[in-house]
Design a protein around this ligand. Structure first.
Ligand code: HEC
Ligand code: HEC
Ligand code: HEC
Length: 451
């Protein structure tokens, strides 16, 4: 009780101090580019003391109570966002991830950073109004920069989400070979399973099961994400263990519960017996059928698996009639409640790893290895229960949801997100509008709306 009283008094004193001093505690340069000013805000306000994997532990971390709070903040802060990597990008003039941009914008708008108990110790770290405006201006500038060359209408150039491109540059000969291989069951040990068995192009790019059925009736332990628009993800798999599509495509053929081939030699010798395929390969790849060329061709094919022209895309391109009033309101709610801080950019996701609140697992029970998420790759405690944010494109046709495939409907998926990721609840009518918006994200493949 006494401890609580002391900290409440300390916080009140801090708030008064901040009010007095914050007006003129800015050390921002007089002028600079948005990127330069943004760097100054991060550095001047000691944001890196909690958002940097290399942050030293401060001396007062040893003080009882206060120390514990600070240690927790450093852990939770880094788990929430690493600002060191984006800072380096800013210094090198490179874009920062969509989700990082959106989160920075949100904390500036809501005035939530740094946490109060940190400001008590470092009162000059408080973001002044001018500094928050720098962040807001920078985020708008960065959004516009990111949307350059995209097909959005001028009025939507500064939206957190952008429409899919109609087409991307591909090598069509490679993609044609990749398409054959994508449907080719010879990649599996007993010639029964192809990529399409689990990622059917007529079933939303997924198998619509909780877990996927592989060779000899075996089941995996994690839900299959869609292949549609996977090319736009910053890495592949829920835990990000493949850095790109080519690396990803190398996984399933030799995975014992997926396609179960013994080794690449087995696959290559089967494919080499097919004279026509061998000849086609030789035309595109001088060294013929190799593991590298197989995965390269499949990855090229996957670049064609974009699904443009959803209602939402048409709306962003300037067609005012493309979305209903409810769908537009759903989009506004989606932004207002922070969904777009993680589900940002062209793919409405796929640009960061995000912590799935531990409450979710406590409630669900039975924590298994796949639930540890990114930690399985990095072994770092801050990565526990972190997953690559899934794309929300075509999400209406890819149930069940979440890495564990435990959520049956979009409505439930939305309610759980509100609870665990946004820490709020909304009236049913608002949840329904968000769901309607999500349903407007279904796009077209080869000119036909996904079903
Ligand atoms: C004392 C440690 C600490 C400092 C200093 C700090 N933060 Fe944080 N930050 C946190 C914690 C803890 C969270 C997670 C909050 C939560 O989950 O509710 C967080 C979350 C964030 C997020 C993600 C919010 C979201 O919506 O996901 C951003 C962005 C952020 N901080 C920016 C900043 C900036 C900018 C500064 C410097 C002005 C800063 N932080 C200083 C501890 C800190
Ligand atoms: C037996 C079912 C099965 C087969 C066969 C299969 N996959 Fe998958 N695929 C999955 C599952 C399950 C995951 C998620 C695994 C994880 O994240 O740990 C996945 C993940 C992916 C991803 C990552 C998507 C993302 O958002 O992270 C891509 C891309 C993909 N598969 C493409 C392919 C290709 C190409 C093939 C054929 C070479 C293939 N898959 C064969 C079940 C399968
Ligand atoms: C802090 C980041 C974050 C925020 C904020 C967030 N999400 Fe998510 N979302 C995720 C992650 C991570 C997953 C994957 C969770 C898992 O697999 O356990 C996910 C999964 C989903 C899924 C399931 C997709 C699939 O294919 O399985 C839907 C739908 C979804 N989110 C919608 C929303 C909505 C709507 C909001 C706002 C109410 C929202 N999200 C807010 C990070 C976030």
């Amino acid at each position: 009780m006494k401890k609580r009283l002391i900290s409440v008094v300390a916080i009140i004193i801090a708030v008064v101090l901040i009010a007095v001093f914050s007006a003129n505690s800015t050390n921002l340069p007089e002028n600079g580019t948005p990127d330069e000013l943004m760097q100054a805000v991060i550095l001047e306000n000691q944001c890196l003391s909690c958002h940097n994997p290399q942050a030293p532990v401060p001396f007062y971390a040893k003080i009882p109570f206060v120390g514990k709070l600070i240690a927790y903040d450093m852990f939770a802060g880094l788990r929430s966002i690493d600002l060191n990597a984006p800072l380096v990008n800013l210094q090198q003039g490179k874009p920062v991830a969509d989700s990082v941009r959106e989160k920075l914008l949100r904390v500036a708008q809501k005035n939530t950073m740094p946490p109060l108990q940190y400001v008590v110790v470092h009162w000059n770290s408080w973001l002044t109004k001018a500094e928050r405006q720098v962040i807001i201006d920078w985020a708008m500038y960065a959004r516009r920069k990111a949307s350059k060359g995209m097909p959005s209408a001028e009025e939507f150039k500064a939206e957190p989400v952008q429409p899919l491109p109609e087409k991307v540059e591909i090598n069509s000969a490679k993609a044609a070979l990749g398409k054959i291989l994508y449907f080719d069951t010879r990649l599996s040990g007993d010639n029964t399973i192809s990529c399409a068995s689990c990622h059917g192009l007529n079933t939303g790019g997924v198998d619509r099961s909780k877990y996927s059925k592989g060779i000899k009736g075996q089941f995996g332990d994690i839900n299959a994400p869609t292949v549609f628009n996977a090319a736009l993800n910053f890495c592949q798999f829920w835990d990000g263990r493949a850095k790109n599509l080519e690396e990803q495509a190398g996984g399933p053929p030799l995975n014992p519960v997926e396609m179960g081939s013994k080794d690449w030699d087995e696959i290559i010798s089967k494919l080499n017996k097919d004279a026509a395929l061998k000849a086609e390969f030789a035309k595109v790849y001088p060294d013929g059928i190799t593991a590298k060329n197989i995965t390269n061709a499949i990855a090229e094919f996957e670049l064609t698996l974009l699904t443009p022209d959803s209602k939402f895309d048409r709306y962003l391109k300037g067609d005012k009639t493309a979305m209903t009033k409810d769908e537009i309101e759903g989009y506004e709610l989606f932004k207002e409640h922070g969904c777009a801080t993680c589900h940002a950019g062209v793919n409405l996701g796929g640009s960061s790893f995000e912590y799935m609140n531990g409450d979710y697992f406590a409630h669900r029970g039975n924590i298994a290895k796949p639930d540890l998420g990114r930690l399985n790759q990095t072994k770092s405690p801050v990565d526990e229960h972190k997953f690559k944010t899934p794309t929300l494109r075509n999400v209406a046709v890819t149930a069940p949801y979440y890495h564990d495939g435990s959520v049956a409907t979009l409505k439930q998926a939305t309610e759980l997100m509100l609870k665990h990721q946004c820490r709020t609840t909304l009236p049913d009518s608002d949840v329904d509008k968000i769901v309607k918006f999500l349903e407007a994200l279904t796009g077209k493949y080869e000119g036909k709306l996904l079903k």
